[in-house]
Design a protein around this ligand. Structure first.
Ligand code: ARG
Length: 458
């Protein structure tokens, strides 16, 4: 047991208590952020003449040697230390002696851990954003290729109106684009440095907090030391945004699972992204999509967990807050893993254009267009709607599609039907005449695609 706070105590900590209290098994994950934060701290201390230049140099050299030794495996982070902060400080003292004991001047583990967590979250926000961007790039490739791949659009999981695959995928493009915006919003809001807040009430040393903040690329220093050490809003915001990313991935997964069923056969998953059954030789299962859908629960769980942990904590720091780490780390790793795998699956998936198109032809997805045809000839929409409905009923009796009806049959419902009805309700027309901004019509779709291209090139 290597503790930083033995002075006031007369008895050794009970081993079970020690284990219960220790966080090294998980906070070792941010050894790098801890060292980078310490380097900024001593640089500021020297600028303020709280440390000498020589002490600063010695400490920074020591910290850098710890960093490289951890990274190349020479120095192992072991559980004999309570947390990553104690590990770094104890090893620094081991390496450079007395100067190392000055590292913690004007600092508490409370503002230190607040800083480490922010630095870690900041890095992970950037990485997650990059992974979402890669997914968007893969989606755009599909969109560009499939502006004329017709498929049914659904409401209530019932065929509704024909759309294109580009249009359907475009809906997910919008969702993930918003996810990226959420990432950058959180980044901006959290990007203020808590270091220099001390345990809760600042310190008597003449620290230059703005300087430390600038060394660490923060927008500035936080403005209330009590809030600084006990704020985990950004963790909650991140977990909420990550939950939304998972919700999007999960909805998409659900669709891929449906599209991959024997009944739909809209998509073919690459062998590398599907698995077989140990008993049924014919099976090719969409396990990746199912796992992504399943892991969504775990990320939601992390959000609920931290919200619940934070709700009763009086100001300022309390040990409860140590609970923020494991669940945040797990959620971030889960989302990053899911994004990477999902992108791989989507990139290698192929679409059965013919099957999709055939499916769009069934289900009377052009019934609205039959009504619109009459509306264009002056029939009020409500009347046109029921005429089209009666024609659908006729088709159901005859077991055919609207396109299969004879002109006489159309005319029997309304005299204004002419031979051009067939062209007016063809799949091609139904889709491409929908040219309102955001609709599947090819012309307007291509305009949106080119906007997406510009957006991704930035
Ligand atoms: N391991 C602690 C955490 O994760 C670090 C801060 C400890 N501060 C303290 N006063 N015990 O929150």
């Amino acid at each position: 047991m290597a503790q930083l706070w033995g002075g006031r105590f007369t008895k050794e900590t009970d081993q079970l208590v020690y284990n219960f209290n220790a966080s090294i098994s998980f906070d070792k994950k941010f050894y790098k952020q801890d060292i980078i934060g310490s380097i900024a701290h001593v640089t500021m201390l020297a600028k303020q003449n709280i440390l000498t230049e020589a002490e600063k140099e010695e400490i920074i050299e020591g910290l850098n040697s710890i960093l490289s030794d951890v990274e190349n495996g020479k120095l192992e982070i072991t559980e004999e230390y309570e947390d990553i902060h104690s590990f770094v400080e104890a090893n620094l003292i081991k390496r450079i002696g007395d100067a190392g004991k000055k590292l913690h001047t004007g600092r508490s583990r409370n503002d230190q851990v607040a800083l480490d967590m922010k630095l870690y979250v900041r890095d992970e926000i950037s990485e997650t954003d990059e992974l979402i961007k890669e997914l968007l790039e893969a989606l755009l490739v599909i969109m560009k290729e499939h502006t004329e791949t017709f498929m049914p659009g659904f409401t209530h999981l019932q065929k509704a109106q024909p759309i294109t695959l580009a249009h359907h995928i475009g809906a997910y493009f919008e969702m993930f684009k918003r996810d990226r915006l959420r990432m950058s919003d959180i980044y901006k809001r959290m990007n203020y440095c808590p270091l220099g807040s001390g345990a809760l009430a600042g310190t008597t040393y003449p620290l230059d907090r703005e300087y430390t903040a600038s060394l660490l690329d923060f927008e500035g220093a936080t403005r209330n030391s009590m809030d600084s050490v006990s704020d985990r809003d950004y963790v909650i915001e991140l977990l909420s945004a990550l939950s939304t990313v998972m919700m999007h991935l999960s909805r998409f997964s659900e669709e891929i699972i449906i599209w991959n069923t024997n009944e739909y056969r809209f998509v073919e998953l690459d062998d590398a992204y599907s698995t077989g059954s140990s008993i049924m030789p014919q099976k090719k299962n969409p396990d990746i999509a199912e796992l992504v859908r399943g892991k969504t629960g775990r990320v939601y769980g992390a959000l609920m967990s931290i919200l619940t942990t934070m709700k009763g904590i009086p100001l300022a720091y309390n040990k409860d807050m140590q609970e923020d780490k494991e669940l945040t780390f797990d959620a971030i790793d889960t989302v990053k893993g899911c994004l990477a795998l999902f992108t791989g699956m989507v990139k290698t998936m192929t679409f059965n254009k013919q099957v999709m198109e055939e499916s769009a032809k069934g289900g009377f997805t052009n019934a609205t267009d039959v009504a619109d045809y009459l509306v264009n000839k002056g029939v009020p929409f409500r009347d046109a709607h029921s005429i089209s409905g009666r024609l659908v009923l006729l088709c159901i009796e005859k077991n055919c599609t609207l396109d299969d009806l004879s002109l006489e049959e159309f005319k029997s419902e309304h005299a204004l039907f002419e031979a051009d009805i067939y062209e007016a309700i063809s799949l091609f027309t139904c889709v491409n005449k929908r040219e309102t901004l955001g609709a599947p019509g090819k012309r307007v779709m291509e305009q949106v695609i080119s906007e997406y291209e510009t957006y991704l090139s930035k």
